[in-house]
Design a protein around this ligand. Structure first.
Ligand SMILES: CC(C)(COP(=O)(O)OP(=O)(O)OC[C@H]1O[C@@H](n2cnc3c(N)ncnc32)[C@H](O)[C@@H]1OP(=O)(O)O)[C@@H](O)C(=O)NCCC(=O)NCCS
Length: 169
């Protein structure tokens, strides 16, 4: 993938160690992470930033920092985790709650998918899981063209979640 990449309102780039405090406002927030495994700590987030920087180098994709072009504010994270095998990725997106409801998540997710399809490694399938109590997240996935494939049990969250998929041809 060619990094950074942008949309009309957003710039997406590889995570930096300096993003820690602003990403903590997202991954460290019990409100934002309510349906996504709960709030994280600064030390775990620091390790995640290192992990995603390595993942970008090794696999050519990762979870990106999302900046608002107008103000340069760090408003979210969006991108890909490794999937069940080397040809699959999992899409994720978490935004600072002050920036919800403006279409940023769908705009960022669509750009990540387009960049992955255009320049990305040999990825054939993308999936995403949504807590049924979090309909806004399912809406984002539908807006970018993903379809619901059914419910699946997840050990990490100890519940059934709605799985969405998209095949790349
Ligand atoms: C889910 C999340 C990413 C959505 O971000 P966002 O920038 O507000 O999303 P968008 O504005 O692109 O789209 C959200 C859509 O959901 C809709 N929506 C919001 N709350 C909703 C609700 N309770 N029920 C149904 N739809 C809802 C919005 O109306 C919007 O649809 P529309 O554009 O057709 O009006 C954001 O709320 C977030 O970061 N939540 C916490 C992290 C999270 O849940 N991540 C996902 C899975 S772990």
């Amino acid at each position: 993938m060619t990094i950074p990449f942008e949309t009309e309102r957003l710039l997406l780039r590889t995570m930096l160690a300096d993003d820690l405090n602003e990403i903590f406002e997202i991954w460290g927030s019990p409100v934002v992470m309510k349906y996504c495994g709960g709030a994280s700590t600064k030390s775990r987030i620091k390790r995640s930033i290192d992990f995603y920087r390595r993942l970008q180098n090794e696999r050519g994709y990762s979870v990106y920092t999302v900046l608002l072009k107008e103000t340069s504010a760090l408003i979210g994270v969006c991108g890909f985790n490794p999937g069940e095998n080397e040809h699959e990725v999992e899409l994720l997106y978490h935004f600072n709650q002050h920036y919800w409801g403006k279409g940023y998540a769908a705009e960022a997710a669509a750009a990540c998918v387009a960049a992955l399809r255009k320049n990305g490694p040999n990825v054939r399938k993308m999936s995403a899981a949504v807590d049924p109590a979090n309909p806004a997240s399912g809406k984002v996935l539908e807006k970018i063209g993903m379809t619901a494939a059914g419910m699946k049990w997840f050990e990490d969250t100890q519940q059934e979640e709605l799985c969405y998929e998209m095949e790349f041809v």
